[in-house]
Design a protein around this ligand. Structure first.
Ligand code: ZN
Length: 62
């Protein structure tokens, strides 16, 4: 996944949520955890889903 042209980037705890256009003109929403040792990152179809995932994300670094 290449994060390009993210906008509306917000931070919820350690998780960043950003929206971007994919190559076909659709908007995707990505949640990425920035905590060390946590690899969480996922794409969502809606902004609400991405923000919810960010809010409910629990870090479990090994
Ligand atoms: Zn995490």
């Amino acid at each position: 996944m290449r994060p390009n042209r993210f906008y509306n980037v917000i931070r919820i705890g350690p998780v960043r949520v950003g929206s971007h256009q994919d190559g076909r003109g659709r908007t995707k929403h990505t949640a990425v955890c920035t905590a060390p040792g946590c690899d969480f990152s996922a794409d969502y179809l809606t902004r609400a889903a991405a923000e919810l995932a960010a809010r409910t994300h629990r870090c479990n670094p090994r």
